[in-house]
Every structure is written in C-alpha cells, then in structure tokens.
Design a protein around this ligand. Structure first.
Ligand SMILES: Cc1cc2nc3c(=O)[nH]c(=O)nc-3n(C[C@H](O)[C@H](O)[C@H](O)COP(=O)(O)OP(=O)(O)OC[C@H]3O[C@@H](n4cnc5c(N)ncnc54)[C@H](O)[C@@H]3O)c2cc1C
Length: 206
C-alpha cells in the first residue's frame, strides 16, 4: 500500500475561507482557522467543495473496488487492458469475526498465517503464468486478466473536494472498514493533516 499527494488547490484553506466570507466586507481577512471550524461545526459543506486534492493510491483490486464506490470522487485507474499487471499485494490471514460478518480478528494461529502467505504467493504465481501463457497464445489482455486474483496490485488517482476527503477519511478509518482499506485511509489522513492543518485541527485529527 502506498499513498502520495499529487496536487492540491493552492492556498486551499485560505481559498475556502475567502469564499466562505462571500457576504462579508472583510473577505481578505488572513485569519481563517476559527471561521473554518465554525463552518465545519455548522456543516456549511459547500465551503469545503471549493478546494480539491488528488492522491495517488497503490493498493489491491480488492480495495480499489471499495474506494471506487465513493462516487463523489473522480478516478483514473491503471488499465489491465493496456499494460501487463504488476504484482500482488499480500494480505494477512485474520480470523472471521463471530458476530459481524464484515469484520475480522487479528489472532489467526501462526501455522494458518504462514500457510496463507505461501498459498497467496503460489496462487499468484500460477495465475501470472496462466496470464502470460494466454498472452503468448494471442489472447487479448482484456480477456487474459480474468484469471488474475483480487489481490493483484493496481494504482489509481483519486481527486475530490475537501468535503469528500473529510467524509471518506472519517468513514474509512473506522474500525468497521477492512484493515487494508483503513491503512489507505490513514495514509490519506496523514496527507490531509499536513496540507490542511486548520481543518484537520477542527476535526480533532491534529
Ligand atoms: C463498513 C462498510 C461496509 C460496506 N458494505 C457494503 C456492502 O456490503 N455492499 C455495498 O454495496 N456497499 C457497501 N459499502 C459501501 C457504502 O454503501 C457506500 O457506497 C460507500 O461507503 C460510498 O459512500 P458514499 O455513497 O457516501 O460516497 P461518498 O463519495 O463518500 O459521499 C457522497 C457525498 O456525500 C457526502 N457525505 C458523506 N458522508 C457525509 C456526512 N456524514 N455528512 C455530510 N455529507 C456526507 C460526501 O461529502 C459526498 O459529497 C460499505 C461501506 C462501509 C464503510
């Protein structure tokens, strides 16, 4: 998993504050931390739709499928129709949670974990071999990719307003989000905190 800032609206916080003061004679006021906090507390969400951030995320197809559900973002994802697939992203074996079917517990026995590590490598190596054979027989990449597992690595660019990033990070850093997705969201949160310190402080993230 890797996340990297690609771009953000210049002076993002100052820009949002300037726009928030649309009805004020004091629009150029350089103090904006309190104003942005007020807007957050009162859910003046439109203010947070005037600055955008693009993040590059490297993860598995399993997790990118979840990220792509955040419909307010704009995406560009690595295409397996044009290029060879890259690698696979190993996933730890966790035990199925007893009550919550969408959750797991990180206490699987050591022998299960090491079996899982090996089987992932083997399955990916087999799938990759089959993929390469298919390509060598002239099968199109768009067909050959059907054999690849969900842990195949992918890369996507995600662009969204500060509003969308706030809600994505709030939701996907919660305990009920799958661990591998939480790790991506925590990476996005670290970028958010660095780039938008006043908003992050108002959210209790910094
Ligand atoms: C734990 C978990 C389990 C899931 N399980 C399933 C499943 O089994 N099947 C399935 O199909 N999908 C599942 N999902 C996906 C989920 O249903 C949504 O599709 C996904 O989280 C995208 O959210 P969104 O539609 O709000 O998109 P987003 O793009 O994140 O949000 C849409 C818009 O709503 C705004 N918004 C979001 N939250 C707020 C808020 N609190 N206040 C104000 N504005 C807000 C955003 O800023 C944005 O403008 C799951 C998600 C989670 C977190």
């Amino acid at each position: 998993m890797n996340v990297k800032l690609i771009t953000i609206t210049p002076d993002a916080e100052a820009t949002m504050a300037y726009i928030a003061r649309v009805s004020s004679p004091n629009q150029e006021n350089p103090e904006y931390a309190k104003l942005l906090t007020y807007c957050l507390e009162h859910q003046h969400w439109s203010v947070f739709e005037h600055a955008y951030m693009t993040i590059e995320i490297t993860t598995s197809r399993m997790i990118s499928a979840q990220i792509l559900r955040h419909r307010s973002f704009t995406f560009s994802e690595f295409s397996q129709r044009y290029s060879e697939p890259m690698d696979y992203v190993p996933v730890k074996a966790r035990r199925q949670a007893e009550k919550n079917r969408q959750s797991s517990v990180d206490d699987a026995p050591v022998h299960v974990r090491s079996w899982w590590e090996t089987i992932q490598q083997d399955v990916f190596a087999d799938a990759q071999r089959a993929y390469e054979d298919a390509i060598s027989y002239g099968v199109a990449r768009e067909c050959a990719r059907a054999i690849l597992p969900m842990n195949t690595q992918t890369r996507l660019y995600v662009t969204g307003s500060v509003r969308s990033w706030i809600h994505y990070i709030q939701l996907r850093t919660k305990a009920d989000t799958q661990l591998e997705h939480r790790e991506v969201a925590e990476g996005c949160k670290a970028i958010f905190v660095e780039q938008l310190p006043s908003v992050a402080a108002a959210l209790g993230w910094a």
